[in-house]
Structure formats: structure tokens, C-alpha cells
Design a protein around this ligand. Sequence first.
Ligand code: F6P
Length: 466
Amino acid sequence: MVVSNRLPVDHELAEDGTATWRASPGGLVTALEPLMRASGGVWVGWPGVADQEFEPFENDGISLVPVSLSQHDLEFYYEGFSNDTLWPLYHDVISPPSFHREWWDSYVEVNRRFADAVAAVAAPGATVWVHDYQLQLVPRMLREARPDLVIGFFNHIPFPPYGIYSQLPWRKQILDGLLGADLIGFQRVADAGNFSRAVRRLFGYPTRGTAIDVPDGGQRFRRVVARHFPISIDANAFEELARRPDIQARSRQIRDELGNPKTIILGVDRLDYTKGIGHRLKAYGELLAEGRLIAEDVTLVQVASPSRERVGAYMDLRDEIELAVGRMNGDYSTIGHPAVSYHHHGYPREEMVALYLAADVMLVTALRDGMNLVAKEYVAVRFDEDGVLVLSEFTGASDQLKQAVLINPHDIEDVKSAILLAVNMPKPERKRRMRALRRKVFDNDVAAWSASFLETLTGAAKVAPG
Ligand code: F6P
């Protein structure tokens, strides 16, 4: 069983009142969908709308068990504690986290609801894989309700250093919730290290390598493993789409529609302050202002998919980004040559693949990102071994994708140099780098990720209490 805040589909009402199910946003769903389709497992999660109850149902070969959230849960548990407390705290406090006791109460209550839903349907001895920061209390709650279960947890976002984590008023409760799992997975070595350090500092439990010995009553302890498992994508599925003639035709059409610039630079992100979209625009804008790039030759296509639109920091960010884009277009676009082609939409995967194929340079400037699957998608699509990936060091992906042009997005001069390097990179170097990147992504795809996590989980759960 998989448990995550969101199901892979959101319930949506069309303008004519008909109900549809639409793919939900984010890297978590991209990564888990292929695994769930192949394994025939059950996925427990929220169907994306408030105050509506749904019976379990099948969608595209996956069994879904909806957990409903009220409007109050949405405001306190989802928008509040998950996305205005934990999200900024776990992403290096790029935006200041808010701490509210009512939000915490709601987080506990909703985590309990998810744990109850799983406990009610899980077969004896089932393996349950809980995902992400919205559900960190579920492992402990489940272990108490169903000690027969094998419980894994994977954190898709960074786990912060102790100096930041320790600000959280509920820091001990969260660690204790996670330690209910047999295996706790993180994106990067540093995340797993930060977690183990927090456990040592706050509980004093002995840790050795990836093992943590958690007291389990009296002289006994339970061995919990905390390790990194960098997540990935279904690389072959992306390449298959890229090879489709209709998608290649669409990619040529995109270039035409942009006025056939020499170079297309692409950014694809949820509209989130962690993604460094403002830093990217600043660097690009300065290059235009200095005449080192001109809009006749280069277009930046920025896809910013709507996200968490009722959280204040996201509303402010949208205003800020759209003001910057408007200014830049006013200053530098010519008729038929936009400096920035900006799109506040989510697109189907086919369209994204066409965009990746059209992009000569992919710009990932996240200030902090658990992994960044967009970087891996771009590489998987480029079967022509062309295209340049510019990648922030502050993404999990940069631990693996060393042949990208790596940047510190806070250093605007560094971003500018990287953009120019990428735009002017000779073809043999583009090919050499892309080949190496592709090997990394195809050798470490999402099937390898889930197999490695689940194998380690089986091993970890077998270790008897000492
Ligand atoms: O990967 C991080 C994550 O928060 C996922 O848990 C989530 O599914 C995705 O980003 C999109 O965020 P949200 O569900 O808040 O729209």
C-alpha cells in the first residue's frame, strides 16, 4: 500500500458541471504512478477537493482509497501546517515558517485519519509505504494500531540541518512519528545525516551508520534504518514519448510559434519560492540589459504551474514573478520575439516532452529542492544527445547529475555565466555531457529506486529486536 497526501488524480468539476479526474501535480505522483500500476497495490490519499466523500475506486489500473479533508483541514493541516510551517522550515527557511498550535492540532488529527484508513484496509503483514512531510506521524500511529505491518517512510523534500529543524515547537513529536517506521528514506546523504543527528540530539538514541536503535520497552530496542534513496522517473516512458512523430512535430511547431529563435531556454516549475524563478529571471534580464543576449536570438519559456494558491507566500510570489516578466517583456521583447514566454498552467506530459525537445537549454535554479525530477525528465527525453542542463547545486539531482553545468543560484554572476556557457556550448561538448547524464538517469530509474527501497525495507523489518 502507498499512502500520500494526494492521490494521483484530483477531482475536478468542468464548467458544464460534469466531474472529471485530472492528474495531480508534483514529482511524487510522477515517481510513484508507474510503480503502482505495475504492482497492483492500493493507494490511500486525498482526492484534491474539500468536504466530499468518495468510495474506493479504480483509475487507470490503480486502486484508490480516498481520505476526505474538510475545508478546515485544508486550511489548517494542508495550507497551514504542511505548507506554511513544514515546507518553508524544511527548505532552509527561504520563506519564514509560521508556527500555530491550531495548525499542529489539525495535523495530528488528519494524520490519525490517514493511519485509521490504512489500518482498516491493510491485509495482515502488508507492506505500507508512507510518503512525504504531510504524513510524518502516520508511521508511529500505524505501528501502534497494527504492529503486524511492515512500514516504510519516504521524505520527498529535504530534511533540514539541526539548527533549523530545532526551531519546530513539535520537533520531538515529529521525530517520534517517523521512528515508527522500519525504514526512513531520504533523497540525499545529507538529509539522512540531518535526521540521525536530530534524533541523537533530541532523544540521545544510539545511531551507527544508517542504523538507529529505538527503545521498545524495557531493555529491548527496535532497529530503524535511515538512509538515502534518490528518487527518479520512468526514463523509458519519457524517451518513448519523445520518439513519437506527433510529439516531435509539436516540438517543431513550438519553435515556429516562438518566432524561430536560435536558442530556446526553458524553465519548468511549480510556482514555488523554493524554485528560484526570480533569481533566474534576474540573471536572464541582466544579460538582456547588457546586450549579451538579444530577444531576436533567445527566448526564455517559463512554465510556472499553479500551486498552493491560497497560501500567502505563494500569492506574493506570483505577483512578484508576473511583475518581473511583464517588465522584462516590456523592455526587451520585439514584435514576434518575446523575451519571456510565460505560462501559468499545468500541461499534459506530451506537451511537456515536446517543450523539452524544443529547449536548447534547461534552466533549474532551485534554492532548495529535495530532488527536482524536471532535470531528470529533460535528460530522459533528449535521445538526440543534445541540449544543455544548467542545474542548481541545491537540488538533490545535482548529487547524481554532475555533468550538468552546476550553479549556485544565489550567485547571479554565476547563473549569467552558466547561461552564456550553455547557449554557446559547442556541439561535441553538449553531446559528451548529455551522454553521461543519460547513462546516470537510465541506470537509476524509478523502478530501481522503488526496488532498492522495498528490498531494504524487507531486510530492515526482519531485524529482530535486541
Ligand atoms: O514533492 C513534494 C510535494 O509536496 C508532494 O508531496 C506533492 O504531491 C507535490 O509536491 C505537489 O504539492 P501539492 O500536493 O501541495 O500541490
